[in-house]
Design a protein around this ligand. Structure first.
Ligand code: SF4
Length: 386
């Protein structure tokens, strides 16, 4: 009988992962570096402090593997926030029902979604990610399917980052033209998960953990996971994320797997980051994961600073967002810098503050300067033979 993701993850409790981390030494790091196929024990030592002196060697290997699997390309995508309404209460999030934010809550109507799509399509984007908070009574699965269908009029590839839904609802999205689902577990550590998710469907750990199995079964072609770095100890979160990815590779083999590395930098006043992840940590995470999962796509968002994103380009990312807005209407209606009070972007609630404000053309130039080709369209449905 097939093992469920819950059963699989239950085999990897915290204590077992801590034992893997504890055996890290110069010798085990060198052994892990020199291997072809690395197991979870190798990943643990590469994530340990013992691997810090080997970051340069890890970077060289990560670069070699990324180029081997993906060439010198960087796919570009942009997020479109279609609603910032949220009935959930995740203590680290600006959209949370009880975050204390007073800015406007907005759900774009069809014309609004169309305007946002139009604005991004004009910039050249072909891949977009539609995002919402968790307000299933207003932002219903039907509404999301409709948004996907509108976006498909403009873009080759449409993905969503929305609340976890049932398999038949993921199927409805796929029928509307959906290609990908991004859903972060946020934290795999159950006690922390409970502490930070106070209200709403998101508080259901098991339902969320099983979401990608349902998405893949419904025909979603690209599934993208991650942990929100900063909620719990990052070596453990990264190991759990890697295990989840390996499980999905085996059990959801019809879908391609991607990873993101969101880290908590700005949070609402009521929440302080207990386990901060610094730049060097994030580099180590990305390199170690590339060595463990050489064929998995890595996403790098505008949450990170421009100069840091530029440094990371050759080290493992395969997809970058650019020119992003994290508020509904942020491309066509409530634009950053708008002078008109009626359309002042500050009135509209953003989920998190972005760090890389560069116009798309500048990001594209940085990618070229690093010796990579920016790719606007990385997938052609004509090749989908499912
Ligand atoms: S993380 Fe998502 S579900 Fe949680 S409060 Fe923010 S928008 Fe809502």
């Amino acid at each position: 009988m097939t093992m469920t993701i819950n059963e699989y993850m239950n085999q990897w409790p915290e204590e077992r992962l801590r034992e893997l981390l504890a055996v890290a030494s110069t010798e085990t790091v060198e052994t892990a570096l020199n291997k072809q196929d690395r197991d979870i024990g190798d990943l643990a030592v590469l994530l340990s402090p013992a691997a810090k002196p080997y970051l340069e060697a890890m970077a060289q290997e990560a670069q070699r593997l990324t180029r081997w699997h993906f060439g010198r390309t960087m796919s570009l995508y942009a997020p479109i926030y279609i609603s910032n309404l949220c009935a959930a209460d995740c203590v680290y999030c600006g959209f949370a029902a009880r975050s204390g934010s007073r800015e406007k809550r907005i759900t774009l109507d069809k014309a609004g979604i169309r305007s946002e799509c139009e604005a991004l399509a004009k910039m050249g984007f072909s891949n977009v990610l539609l995002l919402t908070g968790e307000a299933p009574k207003v932002v219903t699965p039907d509404y999301i399917a409709e948004a996907v269908s509108i976006a498909r009029d403009f873009f080759t590839s449409v993905s969503v980052e929305v609340y976890a839904v049932d398999e038949n609802e993921y199927r409805q999205f796929v029928e509307a033209g959906l290609e990908g689902v991004t859903l972060y577990m946020e934290t795999y550590h159950r006690p922390t998960f409970k502490e930070v998710h106070l209200l709403g469907g998101k508080a259901n750990y098991d339902y969320r953990l099983e979401a990608m199995d349902r998405a893949s079964a419904a025909g979603v072609r690209k599934i993208n996971i991650g942990a929100l770095l900063g909620l719990y100890e990052w070596p453990l979160e990264v190991l759990w994320t890697a295990l989840h990815a390996r499980y999905l590779q085996k059990h959801c083999w019809r879908s391609s797997i991607g990873l993101s590395f969101p880290r908590l930098l700005h949070t609402p006043e009521r929440y302080h980051v207990h386990y901060p992840v610094n730049d060097a940590d994030l580099v180590q995470i990305m390199l170690a994961l590339r060595l463990f999962l050489p064929e998995v796509g890595f996403n790098l968002s505008t949450r990170e600073r421009p100069e840091f994103r530029d440094k990371l380009i050759p080290l493992g990312p395969t997809h970058m967002s650019a020119g992003s807005s994290t508020q509904p209407g942020g491309y066509a209606t409530y634009m950053r810098g708008q002078a008109d009070e009626r359309t002042n972007y500050r009135e509209v609630l953003e989920q998190f503050e972005i760090e890389d404000f560069r116009p798309v053309a500048e990001v594209v130039q940085s990618i070229r300067d690093a010796g990579y080709d920016p790719v606007w369209k990385d997938y052609d449905r004509a090749f989908d033979c499912r």
